[in-house]
Design a protein around this ligand. Structure first.
Ligand code: AMP
Length: 304
């Protein structure tokens, strides 16, 4: 197993200008693992309730995702409800029910604990720390994501965690909230001072910027005519980003730059339909063509 991910497995109720969906499969770990599964072997650590639909587990398995760490507990699956009515780039959370995540104790097999790449997707930072501590040795690369809720209610644990990761992926607003800085490069600098060697700051339809201490790189978002559902764009970005790095097994500057474009490629598919509907049914040819469209989108000649 190349990448281990822990994060939420959820039933989401989502409203966007394109419509409303009730209880669709989502969660940070779902989007991440489905996206990364196009590039490498992924193992998923999480918890579901007795209400979890067996067809949803079968979907992960069809994508080759190892679900031996996805355990069923008594109770209901994590539920999130949100809308994007005022601003398509910003999710407004209407309700969060941790349910079975409330007292989840992750258990890692030997294969899980030896994964060389670890992604701590958005979930309680205390749980992210437990998984990091349960690894057999420090993975080659550890990255994490988070959100405003955890900055509000679990900042000490989150700060400990950020100190121990290589890369933090975070939305612009949350980067500013976390660091108290209003200006993006200052927020990135403050994050790097917290411990990571790089930070990816995600800006919705304006793309993402990778800050690496001594370099930065701007990855645009694909100019889609219509965004149907932005839920999971950030996690799908992370899945493409880490999936690519794990597949080439390198985390140098050149690989990080390409990984940011692969991340943008996967995020652009995620938003084309509700939930996982688009991203779970891609072909390698779809991904290759969209990646080439990014090459064209950012191609320019040097000044002569
Ligand atoms: P994003 O990539 O940021 O759009 O992530 C969307 C996913 O995050 C949704 O599928 C939600 O189920 C999940 N989510 C929302 N709130 C939380 C939370 N507090 N902890 C973990 N996952 C969450």
């Amino acid at each position: 197993m190349k990448i281990l991910v822990v994060g939420s497995v959820a039933y989401d109720t989502v409203e966007t200008p394109a419509g409303k969906r009730e209880s669709q499969l989502g969660g940070s770990a779902s989007f991440f693992s489905v996206s990364a599964s196009y590039f490498t072997e992924v193992g998923l650590i999480g918890v579901i309730g007795n209400d979890f639909d067996p067809d949803d587990r079968a979907m992960y398995e069809r994508r080759g995702i190892d679900t031996s760490g996805l355990i069923e507990a008594n109770g209901k699956t994590f539920r999130w409800s949100g809308e994007y009515m005022e601003d398509i780039n910003t999710a407004v959370t209407l309700d969060t029910q941790l349910n079975v995540f409330g007292d989840f104790e992750p258990e890692l097999s030997e294969a899980h604990a030896n994964a060389p790449y670890l992604f701590l997707a958005n979930i309680d930072p205390n749980l992210q720390l437990k998984v990091l501590d349960a690894m057999a040795s420090r993975p080659k690369m550890v990255a994490n994501d988070t959100m405003n809720l955890w900055i509000d209610i679990a900042k000490p644990a989150l700060t400990d965690l950020i100190n121990r990761v290589d890369t933090l992926l975070i939305n612009e607003e949350e980067a500013k909230q976390l660091t108290g800085e209003d200006h993006l490069p200052d927020a990135a600098k403050a994050i790097i001072e917290m411990g990571p060697t790089s930070a990816v700051i995600k800006r919705g339809e304006y793309g993402a910027t990778l800050f690496g201490g001594d370099f930065s790189f701007a990855a645009p978002a694909y100019p889609l005519e219509r965004v149907i559902d932005p839920t999971g764009a950030g996690d799908s970005f992370a899945g493409g980003f880490m999936g690519y790095l794990a597949s080439v097994d390198k985390v140098d500057q050149e690989s990080l730059r390409t990984a940011a474009i692969v991340g943008s490629t996967m995020a652009s598919f995620a938003v084309e339909d509700f939930g996982l509907d688009r991203i779970k049914n891609l072909t390698h040819s779809d991904i290759g063509k969209r990646f080439e469209a990014f090459v064209d989108l950012t191609r320019f000649n040097p000044l002569s």
